[in-house]
Design a protein around this ligand. Structure first.
Ligand code: NAD
Length: 469
């Protein structure tokens, strides 16, 4: 079997500084990450700018063919990539986790490679003819988080490359190895220098946002960092796509069937142990079925095995880092202290080597509790009781973020009406967080701006140009 060490690029030169990356389930070492700095970034940007015009000069068809070969390369190395991802990020191999993430990388790359984008004739009335084209931007910077490190990288680089750009990627300092290995595999098919990973810290990200030779930043991460990027990109009037934090609400209407929706609610909230931007993070349940929903959800949640990712039985892993563990721990403690009722979990073992926080369900909690109003980004779900749909909608819309939301009901027409009242980039009905490479995805309010996926996602990686005449 291919091992992941063979997928990591060699660390050069010999005196390059490195740092160990530890497995969040065990504390053991996964591998050494190079420590890149701003000089490395500047070199990568210069090279990218040199090789980009030749890539841009190729047809969409030719670039597509290259990217399809890169998707095949990901599939060939998929098991080794999944094992690395599992050990560095913590997510198990099975369930909607590491193997799923790697397989999705190939799916999204193929979609970015093959989605048609032809020039659009916007006016042709006999006197005026105007066509809308999309030109390459040049060098794109991709800055990513640690929760879905491989897939989010593909979401950023797939459309960027397809549209004729070069890309410099800065992965999260928590999960650089996954991204280094993934891009090493993709680079088996790409021209040298077109796609580079700079494994640096926040200073490197900040420099990318102000870099005069980078035309666009694709950023996925917290709202606070997104705001910093807006500020530091101002002087170069950089294009930005910002996929920021969320605190998604789900509303269970009184006609929903608690047993039928329990599994969907569980995965909506606990996929990747809750470390997912568009996970269900606040659940509003009508008082008539509140107890039944709590009971069914507890049954499902209690049966889901959590443990080290390489154990084939597990479907839930640890928190990726101790800082995130501490956030979840603080928020659950605040909920307990306020008198909320713990249905499940809430009792981590602080002496274990890993960052495991048990699956936690919290009932009878007020809407202004910190576990409700702050993004927990972990396996702890507050369940809030409501009496009227107007009240639930007002509470769901009450925060300044709006990435996703969901409505759960046995009646589609009613659910759609409620969905249309929610302030969120996507509202799912009877599911939560299901993304698709052909369906545009993006946030409203302080969850960011710009769309990814589908033809909208391709357009976001080009500069619109009107040819009039
Ligand atoms: P983060 O904002 O701390 O870090 C993200 C990246 O930004 C890292 O690579 C980091 O090094 C870099 N960075 C830090 N400071 C920077 C600066 N000043 N300039 C440029 N780059 C800088 O986020 P995180 O903790 O890694 O990720 C979790 C957050 O990401 C959560 O809020 C989650 O909701 C959000 N997220 C959003 C989406 C989405 O699609 N909307 C997807 C995944 C995660």
């Amino acid at each position: 079997m291919e091992t992941y060490d063979t997928l990591l690029p060699p660390i050069t030169p010999a005196n390059r500084r490195t740092r160990p990356i530890l497995n969040p389930a065990t504390g053991g070492e996964v591998g050494l990450a190079p420590v890149h700095d701003i000089a490395d970034l500047d070199r990568a940007v210069v090279t990218a700018a040199l090789v980009q015009p030749a890539w841009a000069a190729l047809s969409h068809q030719t670039r597509s063919e290259v990217l399809l070969k890169a998707a095949d390369a990901i599939e060939r190395s998929s098991e080794a990539l999944a094992r690395l991802l599992s050990q560095e990020q913590g997510k198990p191999l099975n369930g909607p986790n590491a193997r799923f993430e790697v397989a999705s990388c190939a799916t999204w790359l193929r979609a970015a490679a093959t989605t048609p984008l032809d020039p659009e004739v916007v006016v042709d009335d006999g006197q005026t003819r105007a066509e809308l084209h999309y030109r390459p931007i040049g060098v794109v910077g991709a800055i990513g988080p640690w929760n879905w490190p491989m897939l989010i990288t593909i979401w950023q680089i797939g459309p960027a490359l397809r549209m004729g750009n070069a890309v410099v990627v800065k992965p999260s300092e928590y999960t650089p190895l996954s991204v280094l290995a993934l891009i090493n595999v993709i680079n088996q098919e790409l021209p040298d220098g077109l796609l580079t990973v700079i494994s640096g810290g926040r200073d490197v990200g900040a420099r990318m946002a102000e870099h005069p030779a980078i035309g666009k930043i694709m950023f996925t991460g917290s709202t606070a960092t997104g705001k910093a990027i807006i500020r530091s990109s101002a002087d170069t009037v950089k294009r930005l796509t910002l996929e920021l934090g969320g605190n998604d609400a789900g509303i269970v209407l009184p006609d929903a069937d608690p047993k039928a929706i329990a599994q969907g609610l569980f995965w909506g909230a606990f996929i990747n142990a809750g470390q997912t931007c568009a996970a269900l993070k606040r659940l509003y349940v009508h008082e008539d079925i509140y107890d039944a929903v709590c009971e069914e959800l507890t049954k499902v949640a209690a049966a889901m095995p959590m443990g080290p990712g390489l154990d084939e039985n597990n479907v839930l892993g640890p928190l990726q880092n101790r800082a995130q563990f501490d956030i979840v721990d603080r928020l659950v403690k605040a909920a307990k202290e306020s008198g909320a009722r713990i249905l499940l979990g809430g009792n981590p073992d602080y002496d274990q080597p890993g960052n495991f926080y048990p699956t936690t369900l919290v009932a009878d909690i007020d809407n202004d509790n910190p576990l409700v109003v702050e993004e927990q980004f972990g396996p702890a779900l507050p369940i809030i009781k409501y009496s009227t749909v107007d009240e639930a909608v007002a509470k769901a819309n009450g925060l300044d973020v709006g990435l996703g939301a969901s409505v759960w009901s046995s009646d589609l027409a009613t659910a759609r009406k409620v969905a249309s009242r929610l302030e969120a980039g996507t509202v799912w009905i009877n599911s939560h967080g299901m993304v698709n490479p052909m369906i545009p995805f993006g946030g409203s309010k302080q969850s960011g701006y710009g769309l990814e996926f589908g033809v909208e996602g391709l357009k976001a990686l080009g500069i619109p140009q009107v040819i009039n005449g």
